[in-house]
Design a protein around this ligand. Structure first.
Ligand code: FES
Length: 159
């Protein structure tokens, strides 16, 4: 993975920022997940349309955030489209960054929004279906909790 210390964006990041894929929403989605970062105020929402076999028929996102957040959301949706929910669960912020040819060091946290919002949408889907997706943990609504000391966090379910 290429992580530059300077604010240099790869061509893929610029492409996905200027021409985001799968932006929008899905009516009556199988699962919707919203995650924010209280530190920068950015928010991401992911919509999943999942068929009976557990494959992602369609995926859309809305991101109120920085360019890196928009690019990572766009790439994350591309990576899971048509895939099984297990593949979507396995997608990490690192796999999204790799697919984008890296992010500047100071923007790595932005990619966490995509991973967490995807997990939140999967969680919502599992709740609605009354099923358990093995390996899926209850998502956080604010990823900032993960980035720094938990000085203001009440007893959350953490492992
Ligand atoms: Fe907030 Fe990028 S600065 S997600």
């Amino acid at each position: 993975m290429n992580t530059s210390t300077k604010l240099e964006y790869s061509e893929k990041v610029v492409d996905h920022f200027t021409n985001p894929r799968n932006m929008g929403s899905i009516e009556n989605a199988s699962g919707v997940g919203t995650v924010g970062n209280a530190k920068c105020g950015d928010i991401m929402r992911v919509y999943l349309d999942i068929d009976d076999g557990g494959f992602i028929r369609d995926v859309k996102f809305k991101t109120f955030g920085c360019g890196a957040a928009i690019a990572t959301s766009s790439m994350a949706t591309e990576l899971v489209k048509g895939k099984h929910i297990k593949d979507a669960l396995a997608m990490t912020n690192k796999s999204v960054m790799d697919a984008l040819d890296g992010l500047p060091q100071v923007k790595i946290h932005c990619s966490l929004l995509a991973e967490e919002a995807m997990h939140a949408a999967l969680w919502d889907y599992a709740q609605k279906k009354g099923i358990t997706i093995e390996g899926l943990k209850k998502p956080k609504s604010d990823i900032h909790e993960d980035e720094h000391d938990h000085d203001h966090v009440a007893e959350e379910e953490e492992d």
